[in-house]
Write a protein that binds this ligand. Structure first.
Ligand code: FE
Length: 132
């Protein structure tokens, strides 16, 4: 991922919906159970809603019961980045798109095998490309 995308807030606002801007650029969180990819079972690849970067495969999606789309792995460790998030009283690990820096959600170490990881991702940060 050498082709980083850098845009100003004004440029992002022209591309993103208000809710996408709030989550992707201002690190917001969508209301649980509200997202279009929470109960969603098609086969394909989930993309960054801001830049189209491939982020998660439907092969790694699982029912977490949390209200947000959940995955046990990213498509590639090159495509997502993590950062410490101390905005609550407990420390969490933020997940970002490695290409545009968009906020996707958080990752927790209480996921299923084979990785034991749970990427808890906002639907509004995602697009989807269906595959056979
Ligand atoms: Fe992106």
């Amino acid at each position: 991922m050498s082709d980083k995308i850098l845009k100003t807030d004004d440029e992002w606002k022209r591309i993103l919906t208000e809710e996408q801007f709030r989550v992707l650029r201002e690190k917001g969180t969508e209301t649980p159970n509200s997202g279009k990819y929470y109960r969603f079972h098609k086969h394909g690849v989930f993309l960054c809603a801001a830049c189209g970067n491939e982020l998660f495969s439907s092969e790694t999606k699982f029912e977490s019961g949390t209200g947000w789309p959940s995955f046990w792995a990213a498509v590639s460790s090159d495509n997502v980045e993590t950062a410490p998030d101390r905005s609550l009283d407990r420390e969490r690990t933020e997940v970002l798109c490695a290409r545009c820096g968009g906020h996707l959600g958080h990752v927790f170490a209480d996921g299923p095998e084979p990785t034991g990881m749970r990427y808890c991702i906002n639907s509004v940060s995602l697009g989807f490309r269906e595959e056979e």
